[in-house]
Design a protein around this ligand. Structure first.
Ligand code: C2E
Ligand code: MG
Ligand code: MG
Ligand code: MG
Length: 286
């Protein structure tokens, strides 16, 4: 009986593995088609400058309008995009699209308005990433100050000394560490890499202001940012108490549902230029 149940377990496990690989194949085919048929969209979530009390930039966030399925978030397809290698084509599309968008916005939002772009490990591993990216910027009449490149703390720690070579040698790039929470990057790395910004993960912000450990970690990270001359961005800001805490402790930028969910490109200029949105937050901003 033991033997039999062992065999059944094996059969179940292999059936499961088949289902997983079939799902992956379907997703991969779907992603390829999605690229050809223009099923991807970038939403934009504005970043509030806490000192100037106005929106100064926006993060581009990828969505996939998958026919008959609905709108998929990155968590639902990025791993398959990564393992299939399609992330390179998708990443190229993302960078080109957001540069084209920003070039249009500059007329309405000003020359200083910036866009934040998320990078995958595979993009970083490309030996010629910096050169490619510079060409995209150039083709849209932009300089590297206009697009801030976000690399998650875990990817950055993992790729240290390998893939990071090309981007970090390109010191004209604006590089931000995304999802800072685990302390995976040592202080030595933070100080020696050409990083300009730390982006605090929403898991840290979620505990503010009452959870003592979250509050201490956020204060310490803001101090590290100040020491090394890095701007500090808090993501996942959902209420006015969090906003007030961050502003009082000297955090530079905030992003989160309190200010705005990610919105379609056409809706961003109206949002950024809407002072009534910020009026309700003034108590937390002063
Ligand atoms: P991220 O870069 O840390 O982006 C922030 C995520 O938090 C976004 O999820 C955003 O919609 C969500 N968010 C915004 N405000 C709040 C809030 O107040 N509370 C909470 N709990 N969450 C909030 P999204 O859009 O699902 O993206 C998830 C991740 O996927 C991103 O995390 C980023 O790592 C990755 N990603 C997004 N777009 C791209 C892309 O174009 N390329 C690559 N390689 N990765 C991308
Ligand atoms: Mg990001
Ligand atoms: Mg993040
Ligand atoms: Mg995050």
């Amino acid at each position: 009986a033991a033997k039999r149940s062992g065999r059944d377990t094996y059969r179940l496990a292999s059936t499961h593995a088949d289902a997983v690989s079939q799902r992956r194949q379907e997703l991969t085919a779907g992603l390829k088609q999605g690229l050809l048929r223009g099923e991807f969209e970038l939403l934009y979530q504005p970043l509030l400058d806490l000192k100037r009390a106005r929106f100064v930039g926006a993060e581009a966030l990828l969505r996939w309008h998958r026919p008959t399925v609905g709108v998929l978030h990155p968590a639902q397809f990025l791993d398959v995009a990564e393992t299939s290698g399609l992330i390179l084509e998708i990443g190229d599309w993302v960078l080109d699209r957001l540069c084209a968008q920003l070039a249009q916005w500059r007329w309405v939002l000003g020359e200083d308005f910036f866009v934040c772009a998320n990078l995958s490990a595979a993009q970083l591993r490309r030996a010629d990433f910096a050169g490619r990216f510079r060409r995209v910027l150039h083709s849209h009449g932009l300089t590297s100050a206009a697009v801030r490149l976000e690399v998650s703390e875990s990817i950055m720690a993992q790729e240290l000394g390998r893939a990071l070579g090309d981007v970090t040698a390109a010191t004209d790039m604006y590089l931000a560490v995304d999802d800072v929470s685990q302390g995976m990057l040592s202080l030595r790395n933070i100080s020696s890499l050409p990083i300009r910004s730390l982006k605090l993960d929403h898991s840290l912000v979620a505990g503010l202001p009452n959870d003592t450990l979250s509050a201490q970690l956020v204060e310490a990270l803001i101090a590290i940012g100040r020491t090394f001359g890095l701007s500090v961005v808090a993501e996942g800001v959902e209420n006015a108490e969090q906003l007030q805490f961050l502003r009082q402790r000297g955090c530079d930028y905030c992003q989160g549902f309190l200010l705005s969910a990610p919105v379609a490109a056409t809706d961003l200029p109206g949002l950024v230029n809407a002072p009534e949105l910020l009026r309700g937050l003034l108590p937390a901003l002063s």
